[in-house]
Design a protein around this ligand. Structure first.
Ligand SMILES: Nc1ncnc2c1ncn2[C@@H]1O[C@H](COP(=O)(O)OP(=O)(O)O)[C@@H](O)[C@H]1O
Ligand SMILES: [Mg+2]
Length: 335
């Protein structure tokens, strides 16, 4: 398995470079860090970088996805258990807080932990100690916590869904990773990086680049799944490209897209092929309906960013505004 420090963090947009600088500044400090960002923005890679740039680099970097397990299992995973603490616990088992001693513990999807687990985490941060499940002995550990989430933790704390005291301690410093659509300069750099790697993996000679159309498609997409999604889309495009001597021309964002997809209504999915109704109908109205539907779809795909939507639809910003006013859709977009 590749170690995380072998995985490069690629990007050169000003927003991304700022994040890297922030990471370098906070890494040497012996304090918890929170990494916030949408799914697929690279939070785990950033956490690894914090660890390997810290004085703890030659001690363990242990990870735990807190959303993956039910509460009681998560508790034993994190804090370990004594023999006989529950049915099936025949041997003592060390938890990740013990395994990460002198190193760092990456707690991914931190917002999904229960209040009880949060309380125990807080105690480790404040006093460096905890008890194994089913045990009375206090275990000492020296762990730096790097937490990650794509949720708004202060809002959750206000609603009583996340412990405010833990949030205070974790939020010593917060690194917020911008979504990919907010750093368009990184899109092609990352796309080329993943394409070259995939070309090599498939044993193909060289990567011939993207056609202008493919380039525009990549640049105009809103990337809700961020870098993880981009990696998939690019790898799929390289692998599906039949002719190794040609640049990549076809980009498939949604591999599920098909007229035969279960639940898909072929008439709405493929309006081009729709036949005319046999009864007389109002052409103008049906064209308007189609325009509204496409505008709404494009807005959603571009996350209601008007500039992106206009680009996506091949019109100017002012033309788009005109359409939105005409169909009374201005309410649905951010100003
Ligand atoms: N800046 C980047 N450079 C290279 N690869 C990246 C970058 N950001 C994310 N990735 C890749 O994208 C995928 C998702 O990253 P990950 O750190 O797991 O995201 P998150 O934890 O925010 O969901 C991984 O395959 C990772 O290697
Ligand atoms: Mg992740």
């Amino acid at each position: 398995m590749r170690k995380p420090q072998d995985q490069q963090l690629i990007g050169e947009s000003p927003a991304f470079l700022e994040v890297l600088e922030h990471v370098s500044r906070v890494a040497p400090l012996n304090r918890p860090v929170l990494v916030i960002g949408e799914r697929g923005t690279g939070k785990e890679l950033i956490a690894a970088r914090i660890h390997y740039l810290s004085g703890r680099w030659d001690h363990p970097f242990i990870k735990m996805n807190c959303a993956a397990l039910a509460e009681s299992l998560l508790e034993t995973e994190l804090f370990g258990h004594e023999a006989g603490s529950f049915t099936g616990a025949t041997k003592r088992r060390l938890g990740r807080f013990e395994l990460a001693d002198k190193g760092s513990l990456f707690l991914d999807e931190l917002s999904s932990t229960s209040s009880g687990v949060q309380e125990k985490i807080l105690r480790v941060i404040e006093y460096g100690e905890f008890e194994r499940v089913g045990g009375g002995e206090s275990i000492r550990t020296n762990v730096r916590i790097i937490g990650a989430t794509n949720e708004d933790l202060p809002a959750l704390a206000e609603q009583g869904k996340f412990r405010a005291d833990l949030l205070d301690r974790l939020a010593f410093d917060v690194i917020t990773v911008p979504p990919l659509r907010e750093r368009p300069d990184d899109i092609m750099t990352l796309a080329e990086h993943f394409a070259v790697k995939m070309t090599g993996e498939l044993g193909m000679d060289i990567f011939n680049g993207f056609t202008e159309q493919a380039h525009d498609a990549l640049m105009n997409y809103a990337w809700p799944g961020n870098v993880r999604e981009l990696k998939n889309v690019v790898e799929r495009a390289v692998y599906r490209c039949q002719d190794g001597d040609q640049p990549i021309s076809e980009i498939i964002f949604d591999p599920f897209e098909s007229p035969w997809r279960p639940g898909a209504e072929s008439t709405t999915k493929t309006p081009e092929s729709a036949t005319l109704p046999d009864k007389p109908y109002d052409l103008k109205q049906s064209i308007q309906d189609e325009e509204i539907r496409r505008l709404k779809d494009a807005l959603e795909q571009c996350r209601f960013n008007q500039k992106k939507t206009a680009e996506f639809l091949g019109m100017t910003y002012h033309q788009l505004r005109g359409y939105l006013r005409k169909y009374d859709l201005t309410e649905s977009v951010s100003q």
